[in-house]
Design a protein around this ligand. Structure first.
Ligand code: MN
Length: 399
């Protein structure tokens, strides 16, 4: 049986006027949520997410944890539908919960709050941020140092309260006695380096002292955002490391799920959306600047536009390439052209066949006709005319 000791602390910081972070430090459930959105929206969103975790029945497996995060997402979304004044609010959610089935711990993360684990080897960051800058770092377009000071580092790519479809990261880990887990909002990791966090954890043995000191240090480093920290020590349980490698039992990174099917349109439509949508981007400091989500309507409209354009283009090509004509080229050789003799839009007629006749070989009446150009609907008709001309050459007609 695992036993935990926990400490927690939160502070508005030195710049903000309200604290929009929420935390939970109840037995077996530890949560940090960082709310965003004006008109009290951020405080409400983070509080609703924590409430949903409190109200959720005991979690036995990772599937239960996924459902728990889904219920938190639904709670934030449903509230915003009923209260238009907080439309656009959202929240991060980073949690550590006990699984009743196997004594393991589950970690779930949406947004840019973080969970670290400190053990004998040192401090390990276990979550990845769902933020624009972190995806740019992953793509090699920003360095870690550039990301830390990037003006758009507040832009999240995932958050609760934005869409019924949610991409989240969940893991199951086997805890060991001596493990120390730290869950925090970006008000901590935005002000303190991982090394600075590690040092504070080293010198503060009790989880409550560690949480207090971390929040204080973040405020002293600038306190530009709300700071929230939950420190969870594993004080009982297995103490022999299963292996030196990571003790991750199961993980589902970037899993997308539908938190509430009932609240959306027909299932086939959501299937279309999840196949084509990109993650929504939300601003962690406000409700505005939401780019339009790719909905099935947008997809259907785009397809219709493509169909119409392709239709128009093929009509143009058909006209531009249609018909054949028998004419003379610059050297008076008789040729068959494909396409309107004078061209159409950007289409120039092309020489389809070159005959061995020149216009001088023809009878005068035929010469005039060919110089004028004779048009035919098909290549075989044009060839027939050419054959006809060859039987009427000056040479052929003279005995
Ligand atoms: Mn924050």
């Amino acid at each position: 049986m695992n036993r935990f000791q926990v400490g927690s602390a939160t502070d508005t910081g030195r710049v903000r006027s309200v604290n929009q972070d929420s935390l939970l430090a109840e037995p077996n459930r530890y949560v940090v949520a960082d709310g965003m959105g004006g008109h009290k929206g951020g405080e409400i969103a983070s509080a609703l997410a924590v409430e949903a975790v409190v109200d959720f029945p005991p979690t036995g497996s990772l599937d239960d944890v996924v459902a728990m995060v889904g219920s938190a997402n639904d709670r934030v979304m449903d509230y915003a539908i009923e209260h238009p004044e907080v439309r656009g609010m959202g929240t991060t959610l980073c949690l550590l919960v006990s699984l009743s089935e196997d004594q393991h711990l589950a970690i779930a993360n949406v947004g840019d709050s973080r969970l670290y684990r400190k053990d004998r080897q040192g401090l390990h960051r276990m979550t990845r941020d769902h933020s624009l800058v972190e995806s740019l770092v992953r793509d090699g377009r920003l360095t870690v140092e550039e990301a830390a000071v990037h003006p758009q580092r507040n832009i999240l790519t995932q958050a609760l309260g934005i869409d019924r479809r949610l991409q989240l990261d969940v893991w199951e880990v086997a805890p060991q006695r001596g493990d120390r887990f730290v869950i925090c909002s970006d008000g901590l990791h935005g002000e303190l380096s991982d090394d600075a966090i590690d040092q504070i954890l080293d010198v503060n043995l009790s989880p409550q002292d560690a949480a207090n000191e971390l929040v204080l240090a973040a405020c002293e480093a600038g306190g530009r955002d709300n700071v929230t920290v939950v420190v969870v020590d594993v004080v009982d349980g297995d103490d022999e490391p299963e292996s030196d490698t990571d003790r991750v039992v199961d993980s589902r990174l970037g899993e997308t799920f539908q938190s509430s099917l009932a609240a959306t349109a027909a299932p086939e439509r959501s299937a279309l959306v999840s196949a084509t949508a990109t993650p929504e981007t939300v601003l962690s400091d406000g409700s505005s600047s939401l780019p339009p989500a790719v909905t099935w309507r947008v997809v259907v409209f785009a397809l219709a536009v493509v169909v119409v354009l392709v239709g128009l283009l093929s009509a143009v090509v058909m006209v531009g390439r249609s018909g054949f004509s028998v004419v003379t080229d610059d050297n008076d050789t008789i040729v068959i052209l494909q396409g309107p003799e004078d061209g159409f839009l950007w289409f120039e007629p092309t020489i389809e066949e070159r005959s061995s006749l020149t216009v001088q070989d023809l009878l005068p009446a035929d010469q005039a006709n060919v110089r004028q150009g004779q048009e035919f609907g098909s290549l075989s008709e044009a060839r027939l005319y050419l054959d006809y001309l060859s039987t009427r050459t000056i040479e052929g007609s003279s005995p």
